[in-house]
Every structure is written in structure tokens, then in C-alpha cells.
Design a protein. Structure first.
Length: 329
């Protein structure tokens, strides 16, 4: 529950101040690399939604009319509709959407994952799945996403009728989601910032407790079922390239593995690529039942080794040969 700043004790106020500074600093490189499409937002919970780090949940406005959600998606990525429609027409997509829709209808949950080599791919993948499910008569009970607390300090520059406007990233997610779950990332960049502070151990403990609270709220919804969830498995966009040319993604965290292996979750893997004027999206294989850390790593490894630049022009039969039969459960 959201607490008023007036009700927080001294330790909680210090935690809010520390986390606010940390997420501002780890957001800065993403903003700098956005070519002016993103801006930094001041810490002002009264103006910008979702900025209170004591509250891990933000309510969204899902479901909204398609013309509204499409408009938001196109302003953020001009090729969104063509990429979604191309995905819908690919051989094998229909069967995978129906499989996901039937699982949701039966009370299960679908976690949509990408390799998350940019900040927006999870949101676009989640909306694609939501749109394609809706077009086939399936309506998830909830469309949710797990994001980094860092997102609350980022705004997008949207141009409306020729006028640029600064829109909080959380506000755009509220249009396509019913629930936004905020995790304070336990990544190398976060740890680097924490280690600089004299109360580092207190901050680590606070982050652990805060993230456990988020997981508890999310698990309550997963236990009910019917959740379409956008999830960045690694929690970071940092990737490296191996000698063979494959991407090497960051290791999965224990909390992520536990979430992916929830007994009512099945994982759907989607490749998303928006570079240039030829957007690409592809669903890799059927739904995956994650039962172990090894299963989770294998599911993500498929995405890491997929060279989207090399397969954009591949035929549907070639894509099915490479990815269509990949399922672990």
C-alpha cells in the first residue's frame, strides 16, 4: 500500500532518498544513448506516476480501445503496426497464439520474454501478444509487466500535432497494462552505485525486502491465473558478443528463475528487432514449462543465439526449421 511521506520513519525516508539517487544514475546511460528520444524525469511523485520506491505496484488502464493503444505504440515506434501484422501472418503464429489463449482460458499465465537488448522490446512484445490474442477472441484477465524502478525516472519525447511533449514511460505502460510491477534491479550497475554509499548493507537489505514484497503481490495474481505478463528475464539490457558472434546475456537471478518456474506459468519466447525500416518479430517454438534453472537458461539461450539481422529475410519454413519445434515442456 502506498504510504504518505509523512508516515515514513527516518530509515524509510533515507531508503527513498538513496534509491531515488541510484535509479536516476543508472537511468542516465540509457537516456544518453536514446538519441534524444528519452529525457530524465525529476523525482516528483506528486507529478509523475509510480515514482514512490516504497510502492512496488502501479495500476494501469487495461483494457483500452485498440485505436488508443495503437496510437501510443506508433508514436513510440512508427513500425509497430507493420511488425505486428507481419507477425500475425507468419506461418506457425496462429497455432502459437491459440495455444497461449487456451492456456490463459484454462486459468494459466503466459510470460512473454525477449532477450531484452533494449528498453522497449518487452513492452512491444507484450502488446503484440495482447493484440493477437484479442483478435482471436481471447481476453487475458490481466495484462501486466515487470519493469525496473529505473523506468520511473525516464520520459519519452512524443510529438503530437507537431509539438514535442515529455511523457513518463510509466504513463505509456499504463495504457497497455492493467498492472505494472516495479523491481529494484540487482544488477552490476546497481551494485556499483550501492557500494559507493556508507549504508550499503542497509540498502541491499531494503532492496531485498522491497522486491520480495513485489513478488508476493505478483504471485497472488499468478495463483489466480489469467495473467499475460511481460518479463525481462535478465533484468538488464547489457549484452556481449561471443567469438562465434552469438549474444551473451547476463545471468538469470534466482528471483527471476522462481517466477518463470511458477507452476501456472508457461513461457513464450519472442524475437523483436526494430533497427532500420524492416521491423521483425517471431515467436520461437511453443509454450515452455520451466521446471529448473537449467530450463530457464536453455529457454533464454535460444533467444541469445538467434541473429535477428541474419533471419529477417528467412522464409517461414526456414524459421520453423530453426525455431518452430523448440519447446522444453
Amino acid at each position: 500500500m502506498l504510504e504518505s511521506m509523512d508516515t515514513l520513519n527516518k530509515e524509510q525516508l533515507q531508503f527513498v532518498a538513496d534509491i531515488s539517487g541510484i535509479v536516476e544514475r543508472i537511468a542516465a546511460p540509457h537516456i544518453a544513448a536514446s538519441a534524444g528520444l528519452m529525457v530524465s524525469l525529476d523525482y516528483d511523485p506528486g507529478t509523475y506516476p509510480g515514482q514512490d520506491p516504497m510502492n512496488p505496484h502501479v495500476q494501469g488502464f487495461y483494457p483500452q480501445p485498440r485505436n488508443i493503444t495503437d496510437k501510443v505504440a506508433v508514436v513510440a515506434q512508427k513500425h509497430y503496426i507493420s511488425a505486428r501484422d507481419a507477425l500475425a501472418e507468419r506461418q506457425g503464429t496462429e497455432e502459437k497464439i491459440v495455444e497461449a489463449g487456451e492456456y490463459l482460458n484454462a486459468g494459466g499465465n503466459i510470460a512473454v520474454i525477449t532477450r531484452h537488448d533494449n528498453l522497449t522490446d518487452i513492452a512491444f512484445a507484450l502488446k503484440k501478444m495482447s493484440d493477437l490474442l484479442h483478435d482471436r477472441g481471447y481476453q487475458p484477465r490481466s495484462a501486466a509487466i515487470v519493469v525496473s524502478e529505473m523506468i520511473t525516472r525516464i520520459g519519452h519525447i512524443f510529438v503530437f500535432n507537431g509539438t514535442p511533449k515529455k511523457i513518463p514511460a510509466i504513463s505509456t505502460l499504463q495504457v497497455i497494462c492493467s498492472d505494472i510491477y516495479k523491481s529494484i534491479p540487482q544488477t552490476d550497475s546497481t551494485e556499483e552505485e550501492i557500494s559507493k554509499l556508507p549504508n550499503a548493507e542497509d540498502i541491499r537489505a531494503g532492496i531485498s525486502n522491497r522486491n520480495k514484497g513485489m513478488m508476493s503481490i505478483l504471485n497472488e495474481q499468478l495463483d489466480i491465473g489469467g495473467v499475460l505478463l511481460g518479463l525481462a528475464p535478465t533484468g538488464t539490457t547489457k549484452v556481449t558478443v561471443t567469438e562465434s558472434g552469438d549474444l551473451s546475456l547476463a545471468p538469470l537471478k534466482d528471483g527471476t528463475i522462481k517466477l518463470m518456474s511458477h507452476p501456472k506459468i508457461r513461457v513464450l519466447r519472442m524475437l523483436v528487432e526494430y533497427e532500420g525500416d524492416a521491423p521483425f518479430a517471431y515467436i520461437c517454438g511453443g509454450l515452455v514449462d520451466i521446471k529448473s534453472a537449467e530450463d530457464a537458461e536453455a529457454a533464454l539461450d535460444v533467444l541469445a543465439k538467434a541473429d535477428t539481422k541474419g533471419i529477417k529475410d528467412a522464409s517461414d519454413s526456414e524459421l520453423l526449421r530453426r525455431f518452430g519445434g523448440l519447446a522444453l515442456g
